[in-house]
Structures are given as C-alpha cells and as structure tokens.
Ligand binder design. Structure first.
Ligand code: FAD
Length: 499
C-alpha cells in the first residue's frame, strides 16, 4: 500500500477526487448516524467497529428465545431528534409510547408511585396526594415552602445541594437521588445542574425548581410524553441504520479496532487499525493503515483519548443489566407500573438500583408473548463502584436478581417460574459524560480534520447523541473557513441544531 492510502491494499481508504473520504470510528448509534449523514452528502465513508456487531450500547439479545434490548430500550422525545431520524429511516410507524402506568419508588418503609410528571424526581406539585405519599406530610410541606426562598438559595452548586437547599433532603433522598442514579448511573452530589436537560434554564426563567419542573412537564406533554420506544425494540434502529449504510455504499469494517488516529502526510488523517483475525484469539491481529481526509471519533471518551495519545479519562460508570424471563400470571397486574427505582435507604435490603417491567411498559411486547409471560430488567452499579453482580457466577446473580425483584415487586417470585436469564455488563460514560453540554467539559480539543461524537460530547442518551453525531458530520463537511477554526466541539445544545 502506498503511504497516501491509495492503492489496493486491504486497509486502504482510497481518497477520491470528487469528494472527501472520511473514516468513522465506532459503530454505535453515533457512528452509524454520522456515517449516514456523511454518505448522504456524497462522502466516501469507511466505518470501523471493534466488535463483530454494530449498535454499541443499543443491543438486542434473546432471553428464553424472546428478543430484548439489553442496552438502551427507549429514547427521550425532547427535541424531536430521535423521531426525526426514525422518520427518515421509515421507522416512524413503529414508534410506540410506554403504557401510562407510571413508575414507583421503593424505600425502606415501602413502595409508592413516583409523583406524576416530575423532572428527575423534582415534584411539580409537592402537595399533591402522590407527592405527600412519597415524601410524608413534613417532606411535602418543606418542599412547598420553596417559593418563599430567595432565588439565590442553592445556586451554583451540584444538583444534590440545589435540591436539598431548596426542597429539603426528603425530596433529594426519596425522589431525586433514585431517579438520577437510575438515569445517569451517578449520584446527584456528583452532577452539575446542567446535567439535567433544560433544568438550569427553566430554573433561571422561573426562579423555583417546582415551577421549573412544571414547565418541563408541560413541554414534555406537548411533545407527546417523556420517552418512546420502537414496537420491536431499539435494536430496529441499528438494523435500519446498517441497512441504509449498505445501500449508500458505506464500507463497514467490523472486528476492526482502531489503535491510533494521527496526522498523516499531505494533510490526511492516518488511521491505524487492528483487524481481529478470524483464526481465533491466539492468532496475531493484522495491522492495517489507511489515510483519510477526515475522521469522526464516535467512541467513548477513553477510547478517543487512547487513539489520540491524550491522557486517560476519568473512570466510567460500570453497570450490569440482568434480564429475567418469568412465567407468573400475577405479574399481569403490573404491581409496580412500568418499573421502580430503589431509594438510598432501601439499598441494604435491595442491591439493584432499578427494575423495568418490560412487558408492562411496552404492551406490544407483552401481546406478542401472551398472558403470564414476563420480562424484567434489573440494573446494578453506579459510578465509583463495581456493580454488585460483578464477578459473581450466574447462579448467584440469578438468586440476587430474584430476591431483589421479589422485594421491589412486593411478591415472592418462585425460582421455578424463571424461564431464562441474560446478563450484560456495560461501561456507561463518566459523570462528565452525563453532564456533557459542550467541549469545555471534555477538556479535549478536536484536532484539525477530526470531529468527536458520542455521549461524552453531547450528553447521555439517544436524544443527545444523535444530534451530536449529525453536528460532528456537519463540522467535517463544512469545516470552519479560518485557521481560528473551532478546535472544540461547538455543540452546547445539539437538539436545537438545524436539520
Ligand atoms: C444499559 C444501558 C441502558 C441505556 N438505556 C438508555 C435508554 O433507554 N435511552 C437512551 O436514550 N439511552 C440509554 N442508554 C445510553 C445510550 O445507550 C448511549 O448514550 C448511546 O447508545 C451511545 O451511543 P454511542 O454510539 O455514542 O456510543 P456506543 O454505543 O458506546 O458506541 C461506541 C462504539 O465504538 C466502538 N469502539 C470503541 N472503541 C473502539 C475502537 N478502538 N475501534 C473501533 N471501535 C471502537 C464500541 O465497540 C461501540 O460499538 C443506555 C445505556 C446503557 C449502557
């Protein structure tokens, strides 16, 4: 292969005269979305994915022969970015809303429905009956005093300090902490207020957290609800993107781990990848080298830093999802609605941080299985500590998950009713990734010709990473004209971007 990457060598990414050649590293939703965007604009695209399958943290697997999302299983409707992509892919007819059953919080003194329509657990109406049930009358009254506090109380602090200062520790411990642990795998004491999309701005406008929560609730209602999913699971999105890339002529290289991305000769970007040999783990990885005009790094922050030779990132939150397929007609009644979060004071008794009752949440899934058959998803782990299930053999994880599910659901589940178990461990970004609202948080500059995508850039979740990936593709297609080009990722609120 020649140094410019042209020629017939297997690793070569041929540069073309009539458009740019771009290497996209990472085959999760960010990379797939960016590759599609580039190919639609006429770029020649090669996508590298280190695993033997695409999708990253969106992944469909079977438990007891039933397909299930073992990674992301829904998307936030805020901003409309996910629905827009789904529509472009022809999947809009597959969008489904979760059953309106609400979710619960399980505390040391029992289980209670989460107050309706709060934002990260901040109640929109602290004196409503459901809020009083969750907080007790003292906790509710304390929260209701918030409008009497000066605007300055709690400002400029972490989410935990802001909530405690303005609404009291009951709201923090009972509602906000379990919700934030469930969504961000992080404690609100580690999160800046900006980590919660829209909250800081709404608080600024309204002056109280309660009215900010109300405003966010109303805008969610206008968007048709907070989250939605796909009839057959979020894995459909990955399949549709992969099909589209094939149709657009994108070259997808799976089992290809990019080791290094560096400046090549003649302004190109050199991509050094190791193709995993099919001859088995003992065989040496075959190194390939390619030169592209530009690259998008749609990988987690740690991997991007390694590729660029930058100092290591802070540790990521490790979580483990344990899915159970269970035959038990009592679950048809959805005893904890769509699922439940575990409050901090219940933790010694219950090790899981949350349970999703998949077949209650997504009625179409339940209908396809028939009555009495259920899917439950428990999640373990939070930032700074390994998941409680880490390293345990399957029998112990099954026993733990069954015990936790029984305690959360308020009914003793019989081990004989278990049809199957599936477990998968994930890295789910750092606290900063949860909080990411722009490059100033990543501390890493985009080298010329390279754009970053992923939740460490745009914030956690599909509603954030999809617009961030599109924005990354736009930065490659239309680089800033002057040498003073933005070296940082200019995407404070990618949802608001054009397209
Ligand atoms: C259990 C779980 C549940 C979740 N639930 C939801 C949810 O319900 N809704 C929601 O919106 N979000 C959810 N999320 C978050 C969401 O999944 C992520 O924000 C999103 O999928 C990130 O996509 P990504 O493409 O940026 O990163 P990833 O999906 O992590 O993709 C990165 C890809 O890069 C590849 N890669 C890494 N290093 C290299 C390398 N050196 N060379 C080549 N390839 C490499 C990886 O193998 C991976 O495929 C969940 C996450 C987890 C873990």
């Amino acid at each position: 292969m020649r140094a410019d990457g042209s020629g017939d060598a297997p690793g070569g990414l041929r540069r073309r005269a009539d458009g740019i050649a771009v290497a996209v590293v990472g085959g999760g939703v960010s990379g797939l979305t960016a590759a599609r965007e580039l190919a639609l604009a006429g770029a020649r695209v090669v996508l590298y994915e280190e695993r033997d399958r695409l999708g990253g943290r969106v992944r469909r697997e079977n438990v007891a022969d039933v397909p299930l999302d073992i990674g992301a299983e829904a998307f936030a409707t805020r901003g409309g970015a996910v629905a827009e992509l789904l529509t472009e892919l022809g999947l809009d007819g597959q969008i489904v809303n979760p059953a309106p059953l609400g979710s619960w919080v399980v505390a040391d003194d029992g289980a209670m429905p989460l107050p309706a329509a709060g934002t990260v657990g901040i109640p929109a109406a602290p004196l409503a009956r459901d809020a009083v049930r969750a907080l007790g009358i003292g906790g509710s009254l304390r929260a209701a005093l918030e409008p009497l506090l000066p605007r300055s109380v709690g400002r400029g602090a972490t989410l935990a300090r802001l909530v405690r200062a303005r609404l009291g520790s009951r709201v923090l411990d009972r509602l906000v902490r379990p919700v934030v642990l469930g969504v961000h795998s992080a404690d609100p004491a580690d999160l800046p207020v900006e980590a919660v999309p829209g909250l800081a701005e709404a608080f600024e406008r309204r002056g109280t957290l309660i009215s900010a929560a109300r405003e966010l609730r109303d805008s969610r209602a206008a968007a048709g609800g907070a989250v939605a999913g796909l009839r057959d699971g979020m894995g459909e999105l990955v399949d549709a993107l992969a099909d589209e890339l094939e149709r657009l002529g994108v070259e997808v290289r799976t089992s290809a781990r990019v080791r290094r991305v560096e400046r090549g000769e003649a302004d190109g970007i050199r991509i050094l990848a190791a193709a995993r040999s099919t001859a088995g783990p003992a065989a040496d990885d075959a190194e390939t080298e390619a030169l592209a005009d530009a690259a998008i790094l749609a990988v987690p922050e740690r991997a991007a830093r390694q590729m660029l030779g930058a100092p290591d990132a802070e540790p990521e939150a490790r979580i483990e999802i344990v899915a159970l397929a269970i035959d038990d007609p009592r679950l048809d009644a959805a005893p904890r609605g769509t699922g439940a979060l575990v409050a901090a004071d219940a933790v010694p008794r219950i090790r899981a941080k949350a349970l999703t009752h998949v077949t209650a949440k997504w009625p179409a899934r339940a209908a396809s299985l028939g009555p009495g058959r259920h899917l439950l998803r428990l999640s373990y782990g939070r930032l700074g500590s390994a998941p409680e299930t880490a390293g345990l053999p399957d029998e112990e994880v099954l026993a733990l998950a069954l015990r936790d599910a029984s305690r959360i659901l308020g009914m003793e589940l019989d081990p004989a009713s278990v049809r199957g178990m599936l477990r998968r461990e994930w890295d789910n970004g750092s606290v900063r990734a949860s909080a990411a609202t722009g490059s100033d948080r990543t501390g890493l500059s985009e080298p010329p010709g390279v754009a970053f995508a992923g939740d460490w850039v745009g914030g956690t979740g599909l509603a954030s990473v999809i617009p961030a990936a599109r924005a990354a593709a736009r930065r490659i297609l239309r680089p800033a004209p002057t040498p003073a080009a933005p070296a940082h990722v200019p995407a404070p609120h990618p949802e608001g971007g054009p397209r």
